[in-house]
Design a protein around this ligand. Sequence first.
Ligand code: UFG
Length: 324
Amino acid sequence: AKPKILITGGCGYIGSHVAKLLVQNGYEVVIIDNLSTTGKKIPYGKFYQVDLAVEEKVEKILKEEKPEAVMHFAASIVVPESVAFPLKYYRNNVENTLKLLSAMSRAKVKKFVFSSSAAVYGIPKTIPVPEDAPLEPINPYGRTKAMIERVLEDLSHAEALDYIALRYFNVAGADPEAELGPAYNQPTHLIIRALKTAKGEYPYLEIYGTNYPTPDGTCIRDYIHVMDLAEAHILALEYLLDGGKSLVLNCGYGVGVSVRQVVEAVKKVTGVDFKVIETERRPGDPPVLIADNRKIKSLFSWEPKFQNLEIIIQHAWAWEQKIK
Ligand code: UFG
């Protein structure tokens, strides 16, 4: 049998897709999740409803289950919310990760895959942004991820811990089989908001800022299909299980798309010409974020399967229609 992998936040958006892919690849999966975001477990892996704040419980599970590696997805992820409620972010993303790492240290679990973010770069000077660009986050969310990256670097020198920090760009789309997908009560992400507007759940979509220094004035992002990202996690895990040393890797396609282009693509895929309103900039948004992905491509021969904005939107749309 393949090794046992423990996943925190395994019922969340990205964690659930990785859990499914791990199970399909023959891994034994154990999930820890407090269900704070989605409210329900997924049909993959063994499940513990536990909050990472409760360190003793996490330590007990780690000591009993003895996983080969931990993949840590549990976190708060909404940039504007982090600006309004920084303590929530420092506690959930920093304090709880420190607790998890402490429990892992005592349980002698030595391999770790960390969900980092392009938000660690802030407003990058080099586009596409390479991994060795300076970490200058411009919002609390990005700072929490940058802090944990520093902690991991220090820990990997002090203890026999090997980790991979994957810096996600804009994760979007859903399981092509429409069994899993994003499930937020108050979604803030562009593609989900646009699809729910097309569905009639919102009267209009707002475009936050049209005076950015970009060709059409709206922000540019590198949207990556959640299943391609899940694949990158499997490759990262295999690398660590094979004895690979710590790495930090961007996860994006290296292609930028503007907010207006996303809106047009959503209208095309859904066939709904929903109302769009142009409003003020949203605080904390960098104008352009595009990944330099040469490192992950050359190290892991990662080959994205769904590198196409319309396919990403189609899969997310199929999921939206299913959860109607
Ligand atoms: N946007 C709109 N209208 C909306 C929602 C979003 O115009 O209703 C715009 C945003 O202003 C931004 C772009 O669409 O310019 C993308 O916004 P998202 O909220 O979808 O995603 P972000 O780029 O803000 O955030 C994502 C991840 C974060 C990560 C960040 C890196 O969700 O976890 O990328 O900056 F930190």
